[in-house]
Design a binder for this molecule. Structure first.
Ligand code: MSP
Length: 518
């Protein structure tokens, strides 16, 4: 069977410090999409990794009294651990200090040099180390970095420049011809207006420090860290390596590149211009999500309001963690997050709706049917309620797909919750505990249990991209396979696939209620 390649990337994270909720957010969103696309039969390649060069990382190493390489080698495993804890199913993890990246990035620079897109010049201006960004005097905000508000330093260097200005018209033409290239719309408008305002050539090398990739044609210079970092998206899949040409041709261009809204100019102006200069196609979509805010402020280490993912996972569990961020923060917009919000979401959606549905139903199946899934009822006997429940389950795949196709995780989860909530109400209305009182109503009892169990099976399938552990556990309790390894979700979600005779186990509460005073 031909499987369409689906290449998805996250930004590569600076290793100046350990992962926090912000970096985890992008990664979880990408993971949920990667998992879902595997379930829709795509040949998914999900890349994440680390941005290990540059002044900021060198500074962090110095502050910790160590050499940069030793420093990045200490921090890298912390990211790997965090992604393991959050059940991130990346297919590749790139570190920019790896040989494959260094060689690919050098090959790329050589191509640009040969095509005449690089020239030597003199740079004088401001530099923000935390953002690794060059600024002109006019761009500063009261003498500070206009991006992060921190101090900037004046630098004077003889550098290599990239003819970014030459790509202005081609970039604008691309945005025009491909409205899907930058999403959401607000970000697209922002980039269009930025590029329309004129692009300056970009300094792409540094000479006043050494923690970077040497230019292949001038080893006095190391590559500007953003140039180096952006190239990870192609070096990881084999750019510049003749032995991996086939892989590169199959994977590039990427279907989605996820970024935060603060790094959109790098990804939507500089990056596509670099690709154009090298004669490579552009990614299909760069999608920029918003910021997670705590008490109205961007959450970041420097503001001292960063929370460690591990603390929340310890309290709520990994699935609830993943669910909260994707359900509460519309992807693309800024979103306020809080402990109260998380407790509410947990108790409402997970303990009351989903957990409760599963446990009451499995309990009843044990109690009334010795844990054996009954025969599916005959269509002719279906009541209006049965048909409505089944109708919601049957509409779910298309609604869910449409939401995921626009990266609307909230919409996708709401669609799954329509089924979960309707199934809870279905049980309330049908009252199996009454139907169990007489032999006469036993056929109806079995029909109700089957339909409710079948709804649970399907709901678990569609919540799997976000809550993989819970879904796997629910299917295990239903006595069926692993929803996370499904590769044809459409076929799998056909009503009536839950096999009669399967033995269910009730198990502990999936989401024990959390009481505020805890
Ligand atoms: N190393 C660069 C990216 C290079 S990609 C070729 C970088 N790294 S970062 O570690 O500082 O940030 C990575 C991502 O985390 C960015 O997309 C950024 O938007 C995101 N977040 C950092 N703090 C955030 C929040 N508080 N909320 C949401 N995402 C935020 O930039």
């Amino acid at each position: 069977m031909f499987m369409k390649s689906f290449y998805l990337t996250t930004p590569i994270y600076y290793v100046n410090s350990v992962p926090h909720l912000g970096t985890a957010y992008t990664t979880i969103a990408a993971d949920a999409l990667a998992r879902y696309r595997r379930m829709t039969g795509h040949d998914v390649h999900f890349l994440t990794g680390l941005d290990e060069h540059g002044q900021k990382v060198a500074q962090a190493a110095a502050e910790n009294g160590t050499e940069p390489q030793a420093w990045v080698d200490t921090i890298a495993p912390k990211f790997v651990e965090a992604w393991k804890m959050l059940d991130i199913t990346y297919d590749d993890f790139i570190r920019t200090t790896e040989g494959r990246h260094v060689r690919g990035a050098q090959a790329f620079l050589q191509v640009l040099k040969d095509s005449g897109d690089l020239y030597q010049g003199h740079y004088e201006g401001w530099y923000c180390v935390p953002d690794e960004t060059f600024y002109t005097e006019e761009q500063l905000a009261d003498g500070k970095c206009p991006g992060c508000g921190r101090d900037v330093q004046f630098i004077r260097e003889d550098n290599w420049f990239f003819r970014l200005s030459a790509y202005q018209d081609r970039l604008l033409a691309h945005y025009e011809a491909h409205p899907e290239f930058i999403q959401p719309e607000t970000r697209r408008n922002e980039v269009v207006s930025f590029v329309s305002g004129g692009l300056k050539d970009l300094s792409v090398s540094r000479t006043t420090f050494t923690w970077g990739i040497p230019l292949p044609f001038d080893d006095e210079h190391v590559m500007y860290v953003w140039f180096d970092a952006l190239l990870n998206y192609i070096t990881a899949i084999g750019y510049g390596d003749p032995d991996r040409a086939e892989e590169f041709a199959k994977r590039w261009p990427a279907q989605y590149q996820f970024v935060g809204k603060d790094i959109i100019r790098f990804h939507c102006a500089i990056w596509p211009a670099m690709l154009m200069a090298a004669g490579l196609p552009l990614p299909e979509t760069v999608f920029a999500h918003g910021f997670l805010l705590t008490k109205g402020e961007k959450m970041s280490k420097s503001k001292g309001n960063a929370v460690a993912p591990a603390d929340l996972v310890a309290r709520f569990g990994v699935d609830a963690y993943r669910h909260y961020f994707l359900r509460d923060v519309p992807f693309g917009a800024d979103g306020s997050i809080s402990m109260e919000g998380m407790v509410q979401r947990y108790n409402g959606d997970l303990a009351n709706d989903w957990g409760n549905l599963v446990s009451r139903l499995l309990n009843m199946t044990e109690k009334y049917c010795d844990g054996v899934v009954p025969e599916p009822p005959a269509d002719a006997d279906a009541t209006a309620d049965d048909l409505e429940l089944r109708g919601i389950a049957e509409a779910l795949p298309a609604t869910y797909e449409a939401a995921m196709a626009r990266l609307d995780y909230v919409g996708a989860l709401e669609a799954a919750w329509m089924l979960i909530k309707r199934a809870n109400r279905y049980i309330e209305d049908a009252a199996p505990w009454n139907l169990a009182k007489s032999d006469e109503t036993r056929p109806r009892l079995l029909a109700v249990l089957y339909d409710a169990l079948e709804s649970v099976r399907i709901a678990a399938l569609f919540t799997a991209p976000v809550m993989p552990n819970t879904s796997a556990e629910v299917w295990r309790r239903l006595g069926i396979g692993d929803p996370c390894s499904v590769t044809d979700i459409a076929a799998e979600s056909v009503w009536g696939k839950l096999p009669a005779g399967s033995l269910v186990v009730k198990g502990d509460a999936l989401f024990p209620r959390i009481y505020e005073e805890e």
